[in-house]
Write a protein that binds this ligand. Sequence first.
Ligand code: SF4
Length: 348
Amino acid sequence: MTSIYSYSLEDLTKLMQAMGQSSYRSKQIFSWLYQKRVASFDEMSDIAKGFRERLKENFNFYRPTMRLKQESSDGTIKCLFRLEDGQEVEGVLMHYVYGYSVCVSSQVGCNMSCAFCASGLLKKKRNLTPAEMLGQVLYFDEMLRARDPSTHVTHVVVMGTGEPFDNYDNVLSFIRIINSQFGLDIGARHITVSTCGVVPGILKFGKEGLQVNLAISLHAPTNEIRDQLMPINHAYPLEQLIPAIIQYGKDSGGRRVTFEYILIKDVNDTIDCARQLAKLIAPTFGYVNLIPYNPVMENGFERSPDQNIELFHNFLLQKHIKSTVRKEFGSDIDAACGQLRAKHKDGN
Ligand code: SF4
């Protein structure tokens, strides 16, 4: 039986039609699920009892359950969610001046093996379903509303464990559910998908007609450095990645990407690297989000000194590359991706 939370409005409409119902039925169900937040078909009082019974035979209300919660003094909340097969994934809630953002995991583990990432230590076990991604958002949204009815989740970033374009169709359904005006109604400009650089996914995504943001985990200005940090670069080196991003911009009506760039001491944080980076990305008109490295494991990488971060940032600005240094969240909890889950698995 499939979770009703796994269906986008478009998919549910097709299903309802196949079950002999009008297309209006799917909007009714969406409204019960996401506006009235009911958790049983019996509560959907404007749907005939006979059809509610048929719905019960075909769908359930499965969502991941919250297992462990860590709350930082800066308001960041990290949760470990248990899935129905016993696997666990992390989701994080961050409080910004402009609202509340949830960082969603899209896979159990990850096969991309980025050298700086705790999530990549655990190989991919499986993809998450749309219901399992949505469940992370709904948990935080309901928690916020219970604390203060005027607050709710305003932004979603698919930037947790997993490579979203390695789970393309499920991630797309998830985005359609949270973006739908009958679903969570989170504006497309408030949704960001982050890829490590899966070129076919970038090209496909550009043609979906969505207005959501795309972030590219770049982290290096040359193939030589990127090969060391991100094995995906062997499959899709910079001479393929950058043209794909330019093509994405054309196909998506001029959407600009954000480049994520983790600054690691003596690896990618020199002025030479900043110079190469500025030259590399200039044709894309993309923004750069500089992220001070958060040392989480024994890999020999260290955080860039503040002085290097400032010099790097200023150099990009001088070259007219829009760039910001990301605020660090949850420094007093296991905030880095995969850290809480790894620790819990170790029995700590
Ligand atoms: S950074 Fe992202 S793509 Fe790379 S290993 Fe970690 S979760 Fe996977």
